[in-house]
Each structure stands twice: as structure tokens, then as C-alpha cells.
Design a protein. Sequence first.
Length: 276
Amino acid sequence: MTIIASLLRAAQLPDSPTARLDAELLLAAALGKSRSYLHTWPEKIVSSEAALTFADFLQRRRAGEPVAYILGQQGFWNLDLEVAPHTLIPRPDTELLVETALQLLPATPASVLDLGTGSGAIALALASERPAWKVTAVDRILEAVALAERNRQRLELNNVTVLNSHWFSALAGHRFDLIISNPPYIAAGDVHLDEGDVRFEPESALVAGADGLDDIREIVAAAPHHLNAGGWLMLEHGYDQAPAVRDLLQGVEFVEVESRQDLGTHERITLGRLPC
């Protein structure tokens, strides 16, 4: 038998930049407890079954598997979301999209579209903050649609509709006040695809052509046909893609085009408004 403190001291995750946090999250999950429990009861004896589960979790993490996939969940905004290997892991940088959307539109009724919703993170965060908004969340991957719908049901957010659609393919005749997306934007062949957590994430959620902009081009070109007059388009993109994305929006006559910085001071999102 061993205790919580000993297991945490012995945990070896040499390739993780957040080794202690990872170990705590994995041990808490193996015990079915919170991280605060580990700090409150470091002398508690851990059962053999929980210790074996923890050892398995550590082995998977040492092989590079993201903690979110091991645990099947990830926090985003103020929500706990189920995640799975067929969807991108929600990241803190993407919360900038949510924050900016909440600043742009009032809390009065509005129609919002989240393209490529994945786990539903953006759509569900917006819906949780704005009960008067009607949010449509779409994804072309059926497993992602099912996952987002499970998250919606568990969070009881009845102002969200989850649909199967490849970008706008199932949305003919529908227009929105805001279209928001965190689309694939990594260039094919980018060396970072072989590093860290992205090795385990679906390439279809990451890669978009030779320069990483193929999907953004498609969205920008089609968005005016699905926005109400004065509606906004807002996109997450790579740290060095903001000038190109601004050019794309201005090329189809969006106005008030600007980019905003993430916590790392990179221009991470770009937005523009359709003229009234």
C-alpha cells in the first residue's frame, strides 16, 4: 500500500511541461476525487486498484497522449466538457473568441452560428452566457456532432441546436447575426504537427492546405450569404496569419476589420462586419 503524497512524488513525466499538474489530475481521476482532495489528504492510503489505474494513466501520458483524452474531459470557459480523440481539445486561447463575441453583441435575442463546433465548446460557452441567443453548432464529423449534443444535453442548454453540416452545406437560406469559428489553420507539413498533444488530435481539425488558409478562405467567401446585414464574422487563426486573414475579409467587402491578441500577445482572432 502507498499514500497519495508518495505516488505524486514518484510520478515521472519528463516530457510534459506541466508534469506536476498532469500527475495531480490523473491521480485525482484514478481516485474519483478532486485535486483539492489530494492536497487536503496527502497521507491517505491509495487502494491497489486506484494505484494501478494511475500507473496506466501515467504510461499513456508518457507516450504523449493528452491528459484531456485520457480523462475524457476538458475545462473551457466555465464549463466541463466531454472530449474525445475525434475532436480538437478546447484551448484557453479560443476563449478569446467567446470573450470578444460577448462584447460585440448585446444580450438581446440574436442568431449565432458556430462552424466546426467539435466538442461544442464555443457554442455552449456563448449559450451559457446569453440565454436569449439562439446558437446553431455544426460539424461535418458525425462523432463530433454526437459529442457536442451530449455536452449540450448534460449542460441543459436548450438554446443550442447541433447539426451535421460541412461548413454551410446544410444551412441554405439561413442567416445569422454572428458567425464564429475555430477552423483548421495549420499548414500541411508544419513541423509542429509532430510535437506535443497535436500528435494525437485529428488532422482534419488541424490542417488546411499548403498555407493553412484553405478552410478560412472557404468560410470567408461563403459567409456574406449567411449573415444578416451588419452581422459579424469572427475567426481564430495561426499566430502569423492575421494579415492574410484581414486581407481575405476586406477582399469581400467586410468592414471594421481588426485582429485581437491572445494572452501570449499574438494576433489570434480576426473579425469583420458585413455592411448594413
